[in-house]
Design a protein around this ligand. Structure first.
Ligand code: THU
Length: 135
């Protein structure tokens, strides 16, 4: 995937949600993250019976990508097929995403219904915590 196609990225996020391990919440989430070189990384939420150890789909995608040498991402899509309306990234994920994405990077999220939210990392996380420490 070389240029930003948010429709395609959202479809990849929807597919990624199939991998979710969510036996406790029964709320599957899929994320698709596009690296600046065009490489696609996907993630799903992975829950734990010690609930607080759950990792969100967005962070799964970021950690997979960074562990494979990718550090700059130009777009993100998040799919929540178990909710009708769109559900956006949680606060913790916004912080983690902001480490590796520019404020103007596009983000699309949507549920099982027709509504899609098109926004940016900067809009989701306007007062970027500790941004002066970022390279
Ligand atoms: N979840 C995500 O994976 N991403 C989000 O942005 C919101 C929440 C997951 C965590 C948990 O497994 C389930 O959704 C319910 O909160």
């Amino acid at each position: 995937m070389s240029s930003i196609n948010l429709d395609q990225l959202f479809q990849e996020a929807l597919k990624a949600a199939e991998g979710a391990y969510a036996p406790y919440s029964k709320f599957r989430v899929g994320a698709a993250l596009l690296s600046e070189d065009g490489t696609l990384f996907t993630g799903c939420n992975i829950e734990n019976r010690s609930y607080g150890l759950t990792v969100c789909a967005e962070r799964t995608a970021v950690f997979k990508a960074v562990s494979q040498g990718h550090r700059r991402f130009i777009a993100l899509a998040v799919s929540t097929p178990d909710s009708e309306p769109p559900v956006g990234p949680c606060g913790a994920c916004r912080q983690v995403l902001s480490e590796f994405m520019a404020g103007d990077a596009p983000v699309r999220f949507g549920g099982s219904g027709p509504e899609r939210v098109d926004t940016t990392i900067g809009a989701l996380y306007p007062f970027d915590s500790l941004h002066e420490l970022r390279d």
